[in-house]
Design a binder for this molecule. Structure first.
Ligand code: ADP
Length: 490
């Protein structure tokens, strides 16, 4: 099959969160299985250009219709750790992708609507006819609308669209002018409850709803989240739309790319290890302490890596720092927030804890350091309010770091409590809590810390159980292929 991914992120060049890892890992898996896979991304100025091999201009004059004129674009091609990627560079005075950040601009809906139009225009002009176009999140929700209402009539009758929802909190709700910008010229047709009209604000357009309504198949990133967004308020208003389109909707648990996240081959950690050489994990713990100037002591390290977003349970993350420090642990945090207020809050906390030899808070994004933290920590907290899938707990388990997580979304599908799970002992791999409050978090952390100190042998079994799980792209890759084949042949 020929699969083209139209995406705002791809690890490690343009990564804000898990979406980037998913695009890279899934495309890698599909290629291993013999399919031709290409990704199309914006050419952001803030990408990791050092991670792109052989970047070169491949299409010089791409004119992309936008409002009532055309914008001149150039398309580049390069390999991102072996993945084939096209990057769209726009030469408009709007400077769509040269903002120093990936998201968070007032005109994000326009920036990405333009990107979608440019990606399809590139496919048309370069005469590419993929079997499947795979799109992700609100940023690319308008792709199937453009494909079926404009580009099909221009000769692109072939591709089918699979649309993957990574997070329903961000839906790209915007004014109707976006339709005219993208070339969808009959607003009355689109601003309709069955099409693009936002379910809350009837004068607005929802780009995510566009993707759900117009795609041939919709997936989300875990079975539990698929249920939650159909039946609870975690749908942020899209539950009814998902019900209506329930026959073409399902949850596929994300995978982890074990060529990137694997302590046996990881080039970012000083000592490689596996189940048989678990003692070398503790040499990484020493290296982590050395790097972050933590004292060497007989204590577990509790870690958090992730966006510092309301969704991630910022108050509970803060609580886990103080609870861990007060209960004989060290704590390491690596995180950043797009919101200044939250970043400032954690920077303030960092200053407050600066002299504490048991704590290090790193505010920023650092892919390399994250590998050492996964390898060096003993426990890993993920106290999310909601979590569509969550990759960090799966990565942590691969590194023998025991997750302590709230039972929601993909966390519920991947972490099974040491004490209370119904699963057999050898399948239990962490600690979970249900209530989104301090008591819930602390009860689970207390059990994890107690086990580390009092029953190290049992704690080690949990570590090994986690390492044995197969969270690779093997199964999810097959599930995506089943979806792709189903819509291709329909
Ligand atoms: P989300 O997609 O909601 O951000 P996920 O758990 O699905 O969360 O994926 C997070 C990914 O981003 C993981 O690969 C994690 O290691 C990485 N990550 C998050 N924050 C940082 C950071 N500050 N520095 C380095 N890597 C980070």
């Amino acid at each position: 099959m020929f699969i083209v991914t139209i995406t705002p992120e791809c690890a490690p060049v343009a990564k804000v969160g898990g979406l980037a890892d998913v695009v890279f890992g899934l495309n890698h898996e599909l290629e291993i299985r013999g399919h031709t896979v290409e990704a199309i991304l914006p050419k952001y100025d803030c990408m990791r250009y050092d991670q792109i091999y052989g970047l070169q201009e491949v299409y010089r004059d791409l004119w992309v219709p936008f409002y009532d004129r055309s914008i001149h674009c150039t398309v580049f091609f390069g390999f991102v750790h072996g993945r084939k990627c096209f990057f769209i560079d726009s030469h408009s005075d709007r400077n769509f992708f040269n903002r120093g950040v990936f998201y968070g601009q007032h005109d994000d809906p326009e920036r990405f609507a333009f990107f979608c139009r440019a990606a399809l225009e590139f496919l048309l002009k370069s005469n590419k006819h993929p079997d499947i176009i795979h799109c992700h999140d609100w940023q690319t929700g308008i792709v199937p609308v453009l494909l079926f209402d404009i580009y099909k009539n221009l000769g692109m009758g072939h591709p089918r669209v699979c649309y993957t929802l990574h997070n329903l909190k961000h839906q790209g709700v915007t004014g109707e002018s976006i339709l005219r910008a993208a070339g969808l010229n009959s607003p009355g047709h689109y601003i309709h409850p069955d099409r693009l009209q936002d379910n809350f604000n009837h004068n607005a357009v929802s780009l995510m709803k566009a993707g759900i309504v117009y795609s041939n198949f919709v997936t989300t990133v875990s079975p539990s989240y698929a249920w939650e967004i159909q039946h609870t308020d975690l749908s942020y208003g899209l539950g009814h739309t998902l019900h209506v389109h329930g026959r073409k909707f399902g949850g596929i648990l994300n995978g982890v790319d074990y060529d990137v996240w694997n302590p046996e081959i990881d080039r970012h950690i000083p000592y490689r290890y596996g189940i048989a050489t678990l003692q070398d994990k503790f040499r990484n713990k020493e290296a982590l302490r050395h790097r972050l100037l933590l004292r060497q002591d007989y204590k577990p390290i509790v870690a958090y890596i992730g966006r510092l977003d309301h969704q991630k349970g910022v108050d509970l993350i803060r609580d886990s720092i103080f609870y861990s420090l007060a209960n004989g642990c060290q704590f390491v945090l690596l995180g950043a927030s797009p919101e200044h207020r939250t970043n400032d809050y954690f920077l303030h906390l960092k200053h407050q804890l600066n002299d504490n030899p048991d704590c290090h808070l790193e505010i920023g994004f650092n892919e390399e350091l994250s590998h050492l933290i996964y390898a060096g920590a003993d426990m890993f907290v993920v106290p999310s309010l909601f979590e569509p899938c969550g990759l960090t707990q799966m990565i942590a388990m691969k590194y023998g770091t025991v997750p302590v997580v709230r039972e929601t979304g993909g966390l519920r599908d991947t972490v099974f409590d040491a004490n209370y799970s119904h699963r057999p002992y050898h399948e239990r791999n962490g600690y979970t809590f249900r209530d989104f409050n301090f008591q819930g978090l602390e009860s689970a952390l207390q059990r994890a810390i107690g086990m580390w100190y009092s029953y190290p042998q049992h704690f080690k079994e949990l570590m090994i159980n986690g390492m044995r799980y197969d969270f690779s792209w093997n199964h999810p890759g097959q599930n995506y292929l089943n979806v792709f084949e189903y819509i291709r042949d329909k």
